[in-house]
Every structure is written in C-alpha cells, then in structure tokens.
Design a protein around this ligand. Structure first.
Ligand code: 5RP
Length: 240
C-alpha cells in the first residue's frame, strides 16, 4: 500500500512536540514538514503554551503569525532553546542536506543559534550516504554564472567528475531566496566526505552558503509509518 507522505510528516511533527516546553524560544523551519509542525504547535499555543518563534523564511513567518504563533526577530531571541526543521536528506550521523525549499541560509543561521535542533522527516529522507538529493548552494546573483564555474571546478578537484550544476528556476526566471540570492543545485552524487566538501564550497568567492548541515542537528524524528516513529540522537564525540 502506498504510504501517504503527508501523514508521515504530520506524525513526525506531532512527535517533535514532545521536545517543546513552556517558555521556549523556538526556531521555526521551512518546508512542508516544518509547516506540519506549525500546524500541531498552533493548537497548543491557543491552549496556553507560551513560545516565541524565530522564522527561517518569510513564508514561515507568515504562516506562524496566521496560526497565532508569536514570531520575533532572531536578534531578539537568540540563543534559541530549540529549532524544529525538516531536511531533504539525513544520514544516521545526523548530517543533513537542506535547501530544497530555498531557505538554507536562514535555516543554517537559526540552527547555529539553537541549543538543540530536532529534524523531522519521513523515512524516505533517511539515507545511508548523502548525495542522492542534489546539494543546494546559495550564491550571490552578481556573477553567479562565474561562481557556478567555481562549483564545477570544485566538483572536479574533489573527484565528483562532471557533476550537473543547475541554476534553480521559478516560473522560467532564476529562483530568488529571501536574501535575494540564487541557488545552484549540485548533483555531486554520493558524498564521500561531507566535511571536506563543505569547507571547499564555502571557500569559493560568491558562495553565500551551502546546504550541508554538519554537526548541527541533535535529534532526528523519522516517521517510517504513522505508528512507527524512530528517534535518533546524535552521538557525542566520546561515543564515536
Ligand atoms: C527548506 C528545507 C526543507 O527543510 C527541506 O527542503 C525539506 O522540505 P519538506 O519538508 O517540504 O520535504 O531545507 O529550505
């Protein structure tokens, strides 16, 4: 029987509520799974739970406010107690690919400002090795085609061959992030050393941020089925 992915997203989001406590300052993620979290959080807020959110995108801020969840600028709230966000891919070490929804820069800033990051997803997002999902890389609009050549060179230098590097479009025009930048989706294939790739991409002039989230997520809530929710906690260095 086909699995209803929205039911799985709702199930993971509902389980993530267990990590929310009264008075918390929350990072609010972007995407359909993060939206599902807002949908389950809102009735709790109406019921008296006091939380304030820092949104990772304009659309999340609008949705949160519409649902009656208070939102304030990150600068006023940081450090945050907890961020709940989705992911495009995660491995069991809680390394992530994010940015499919185009919000990776704000998502990373918010995650970096959080004491804890809970990632909510359905089982299709859990992979042995990152890289099936093309890695989003946010670059400045100015000179973006030149920066893309740098991305291609990086792929060659690190042994990813001629990885397709594609400018993301929206209705025929370059997709623009909330920060006014553009995104290249980089189909590197299986990523052998995420840390090396992350450092190399970040060093390219014109690259604003990439969608590799390493060492940021602390907990993974993955719904394999509506009644089969797996919790994976990131191991400390001592346990590795
Ligand atoms: C947005 C993201 C999202 O978390 C990611 O794309 C997953 O989205 P969804 O929950 O809709 O599958 O990184 O930039």
């Amino acid at each position: 029987m086909a699995v209803d992915s929205s039911a799985l997203k709702r199930a993971a989001a509902a389980r993530a509520l267990d990590f929310v406590q009264d008075g918390m300052k929350l990072g609010l993620g972007t995407g359909t799974t993060a939206d599902a979290f807002l949908d389950v959080l809102a009735p709790r807020v109406r019921g008296g739970l006091t939380v304030t959110g820092a949104a990772t995108s304009e659309r999340t801020a609008i949705k949160a406010r519409t649902l009656g969840i208070p939102v304030a600028p990150l600068e006023q709230l940081a450090p945050l107690d907890l961020t709940v966000d989705g992911a495009d891919e995660t491995d069991r070490a809680l390394n992530l690919i994010k940015g499919g929804g185009g919000a990776l820069l704000r998502e990373k800033i918010v995650a970096n400002s959080s004491k804890r990051m809970v990632v909510v997803c359905d089982g299709t997002k859990l992979v042995e090795r990152l890289g099936r999902f093309p890695l989003p890389v946010e670059v400045t609009e100015f000179g973006h085609a030149v920066t893309a050549r740098g991305l291609a060179e990086c792929a060659g230098d690190l042994g990813y061959g001629h990885a397709p590097i594609t400018l993301r479009l929206s209705e025929g025009a370059p997709y623009k992030t909330d920060g006014g930048n553009v995104i290249y989706d980089c189909a590197f294939g299986p990523i052998r050393n995420a840390a090396t790739l992350a450092v190399t991409l970040k060093a390219i002039t014109g690259v604003v941020e990439h969608g590799l989230f390493i060492g940021l997520a602390t907990t993974l809530v993955v719904a394999h089925a509506p009644e089969d929710i797996e919790i994976v906690e990131r191991k400390s260095h001592a346990e590795l």
